[in-house]
Design a protein around this ligand. Structure first.
Ligand code: VGL
Ligand code: ZN
Length: 212
């Protein structure tokens, strides 16, 4: 397989490598912390890096605790569509919302915060979950002249998947670096995410494909 050599039109999107998504956090992604050394290495291989940070208000609508009688990981209809309800996580300014302490933030040229509107969730780095409200990232990437988004981080089957699908919809090439991701895997959502991304023309690769 030919090595991938990131250039000036390529950007690495590092999705939500935050304490609450790591073991010990409130919404732990199994082995979520294991991506950190690999993400740090990838961030040095790319000339351009953007981080995202899940950044919810207290009592956010995506929290099960905001809905009487609902438990985490159940889903419920909300005005913008069906929403999985989560444990309280990534509340603005808390240690759970901070990046993993071993993640090297210095390579990031931009940090996109998302999910900060109390009444709507935002899995994707590009759109909130209504698929209409923009985060501004697509415009930023276009203004910078980027053509190809490479994605890694947490969680593979939620924020990484939604971000990769939206990158394609916005006209960027998209590649997910799978071994630098970990999945929540609710009811087979990891395998479903893989199929959905492949069908959308997203390349799924291992980090070894990237030239050192
Ligand atoms: C995420 C669930 C809730 C993610 C964020 O980063 O994948 N998942 N909020
Ligand atoms: Zn969230």
């Amino acid at each position: 397989m030919q090595a991938l050599r990131p250039g000036e039109q390529d950007v690495l999107l590092v999705i939500d490598v935050q304490n609450d998504f790591c073991p010990g956090g409130s919404l732990p992604v199994p082995d979520g912390d294991r991506v950190v050394p690999l993400v740090n290495r990838l961030a040095r291989q790319f000339a351009h890096v953007v981080f995202t940070q899940d950044w919810h208000t207290p009592h956010h609508t995506s929290f099960a605790s905001s809905h009487a009688g609902k438990d985490p990981y159940q889903s419920t209809p909300l005005p913008y569509g069906e929403q999985v309800l989560w444990p309280d996580h990534c509340v603005q300014g808390t240690s759970g919302a901070a990046f993993h302490p071993d993640l090297d933030p210095n390579r990031a040229e931009l940090v996109v915060r998302k999910g900060f509107r109390p009444g709507i969730d935002s899995y994707s780095a590009f759109f909130e979950n209504d698929h209409a409200t923009r985060t501004g990232l697509a415009g930023y990437l276009r203004d910078r002249g980027f053509r190809h988004a490479y994605l890694c981080g947490l969680a593979y089957d939620f924020c990484v998947k939604w971000s990769a699908l939206d990158a394609r919809r916005e006209g960027f090439a998209a590649t997910v670096i799978e071994d630098a991701c970990r999945a929540i895997d609710l009811n087979g959502s990891a395998a479903a995410a893989r199929a959905e991304m492949a069908a959308a023309g997203i390349s799924l690769v291992q980090s070894a494909r990237l030239a050192a």
